[in-house]
Ligand binder design. Structure first.
Ligand SMILES: Cc1cc2nc3c(=O)[nH]c(=O)nc-3n(C[C@H](O)[C@H](O)[C@H](O)COP(=O)(O)O)c2cc1C
Length: 213
């Protein structure tokens, strides 16, 4: 019998792990994560996705400056002013805010980033463009978790999209959709908290409770 947690255990414990050790992560593990990402579906199987693996401290720092500016100007004040979301207690929300601040300060210290991009060419992306990259992103988060590595889906850099895509050296027509900072977690994996299905699953008519057998 394998000791590996099963898929459902992995899904139920793939939390955002924002406190990461700076210790290096073996390339073989990053390779496995990338292969898991590339198993995902994408529109028309056109595979316009591109994944930039960033280890260069100078590049990560150049992006972190914008990520922090977005926290200071937008995200931090929003957190401070908002109530806990469904499924989160005030204590848990406060801990999350602390972790968000920690990641903001230490974003660039994660040993490896995977930047998930789409090569869209000259046309503006349609409303559903992200649907061709976020399944890959989620596969990579699950794979990292399965390998004992922590990460977080981050998109805040997009508040300064032109600046950060520039700092990442993306060519014209290529846009980033997420940055996954990856490293060994300082803390433990634990259950995610999203509230009850009954609060957000309906049957046949909007607002009508979904009945489970
Ligand atoms: C579209 C999207 C963007 C996100 N961007 C960020 C981000 O920029 N920084 C961050 O710390 N967390 C980010 N998160 C992580 C969420 O804040 C996190 O999933 C949520 O707080 C729930 O926490 P949990 O993953 O630990 O259960 C993002 C998640 C999603 C789905």
């Amino acid at each position: 019998m394998s000791d590996d947690p099963g898929l459902f255990e992995i899904m139920h414990t793939t939390r955002s792990m924002r406190r990461l050790k700076p210790d290096p992560v073996p390339d073989a593990l990053i390779h496995k994560i990338l292969e898991a990402g590339a198993c995902a579906a994408n529109g028309g199987n056109t595979q316009k996705w591109r994944f930039l693996v960033v280890k260069d401290p100078a590049i990560k720092k150049a992006v972190q400056v914008w990520y922090k500016k977005a926290f200071d100007e937008v995200v931090g004040p929003r957190y401070a002013a908002s109530a806990p979301p469904p499924g989160a207690t005030p204590e848990r929300y406060k801990r999350q805010h602390g972790a968000v601040e920690y990641l903001t300060e230490h974003y660039h210290e994660a040993p490896v980033w995977i930047v998930a991009c789409i090569d869209e060419g000259p046309n503006p992306p349609p409303r559903w463009a992200g649907a061709s990259i976020y399944p890959a992103v989620q596969n990579m988060l699950l794979a990292a978790r399965a390998l004992g590595l922590g990460s977080t889906l981050t998109t805040r850099h997009l508040l300064f999209e032109a600046e950060t895509d520039g700092a990442l050296g993306l060519p014209p027509g290529v846009r980033s959709y997420a940055i996954l900072p990856i490293g060994y977690p300082m803390g433990n994996f634990g259950p995610v908290g999203r509230g009850k299905l009954a609060d957000f699953v309906y049957q046949d008519r909007w607002g009508q409770p979904y009945i489970t057998e």
